[in-house]
Design a protein around this ligand. Structure first.
Ligand code: ADP
Ligand code: MG
Length: 351
């Protein structure tokens, strides 16, 4: 099963060309496009009802992704960097409406996550060295500096919105939507494709996927990458429209004396969340799934299931540093584990 899954998984992104699709009904064409945005590989596969519409849809998605990448970048010059600079000066500023939407959406999610998903901690993320395209090297940040930022407790509730004007009651707020933006972009991409008449599509933003409809007479099958090894740990067949989002410590991290410091930071301690290898969330709302996957990494192996419930997530899985798997009953029903089955799988319910 692993081989089949991997083949299908990898078969996304063969470049921009048309493949004849033989399914039920009239054969149609599949459009595939691969690009590099959000610091990651992006694959869009769509089955347009009208080939001409399909090309326009793919162009529109590509342009939109590039715009979001520019406007929402946490450390390169752009609308978000301009906003962050103003907040640090204690000034209010009119920002891009799409950033206002990100603030509104993530403020609610931040509360439901009990503060574990917190896009206001951009300064901490930067201090740990993750505001860089390259893997950070060298000395870890000074504990006193980490503590100084942690103590200021920036949260989304410090922000004051007035139309597109944003101010902060706390100057330490620095917005970083790295744990959320890819999910929001996935939702937007599917909406856009749908608007162009594509009912069947799948989008992959660096291992975070959202899909709708089917691929011919089959469902879209998504493989969940194994955080500690090669290949996929499990596969899921998409039902209707949904996102399968994974947050892991295996892709972006720094290392010091054999210890890994991943890019997800616990706002309560200011330290990287180290107890989790990966979390996966399935939800119709890809933005929520993305934020929740990040929050569950912070929550850790003992509290994740309650945080998931508080966030309205029923389908979630966590793999800890030893490779032990925990998952919710609803997730257990959805997943098919690759052979040989992982040694430790525990189904857990919220208390
Ligand atoms: P990926 O980007 O690999 O899919 P995530 O969705 O978990 O992984 O996002 C991690 C990013 O989220 C970090 O690089 C940082 O920009 C941001 N981040 C780190 N810690 C938090 C946190 N506690 N809450 C919200 N965002 C965070
Ligand atoms: Mg995330």
């Amino acid at each position: 099963m692993i081989a089949t899954n991997r083949r299908r998984f990898l078969s996304l992104g063969l470049g921009g060309f048309l493949l004849p699709l033989v399914g039920c009904g009239t054969p149609r064409s599949v459009l595939e496009e691969r690009s590099y945005v959000f610091g990651t590989l992006v694959d869009v596969v769509a089955v347009p009802t009208e080939p001409a519409q399909g090309a326009a849809a793919m162009r529109s998605v590509g342009t939109g992704f590039a715009r979001m990448h520019r406007d929402w970048h946490a450390w390169k010059p752009g609308a978000l960097a301009t906003l962050n600079a103003a907040l640090a000066r204690g000034e209010s500023i009119a920002t891009n409406p799409s950033i206002v939407d990100l603030i509104r959406g993530s403020t609610l999610i931040h509360r439901n996550s009990r503060g574990l998903f917190n896009p206001a901690i951009g300064a901490l993320v930067g201090l740990w060295g993750f505001h860089d395209d390259e893997m950070p090297v060298g000395a870890l940040p000074a504990p006193a500096q980490v503590e100084a930022l942690r103590r200021q407790q920036p949260t989304m509730d410090d922000l004051v919105l007035d139309g597109v004007k944003v101010a902060s009651r706390n100057r330490s707020v620095q917005l970083d939507f790295g744990g959320y933006a890819k999910g929001v972009a996935l939702d937007w991409a599917l909406d856009t494709l749908e608007g162009f008449g594509c009912r069947d599509a799948i989008v992959n933003l660096g291992g975070n996927l959202a899909a709708m409809g089917r691929r011919g007479d089959r469902r879209w099958r998504i493989g969940i990458r194994h955080p500690q090894g090669e290949g996929v740990v499990a596969a899921v067949d998409v039902e209707g429209r949904e996102a399968v989002v994974t947050s892991g410590s295996y892709e972006r991290y720094r290392e010091q004396e054999g210890i890994r410091y991943p890019h997800v930071i616990d706002p309560r301690t200011g330290q990287p969340a180290r107890a989790v290898a990966s979390t996966t969330v399935i939800h119709r709302d890809a933005g929520l799934a993305d934020a929740a996957a990040t929050a569950l990494v912070v929550a850790g192996p003992h509290h994740w299931v309650d945080v998931a419930a508080a966030m309205g997530i029923t389908q979630a899985m966590l793999i800890d540093g030893d490779g032990a798997i925990q998952l919710t009953p609803a997730m257990h029903q959805r997943l098919r584990f690759a052979a040989p089955e992982p040694a430790s799988i525990t189904v857990v319910s919220a208390t």
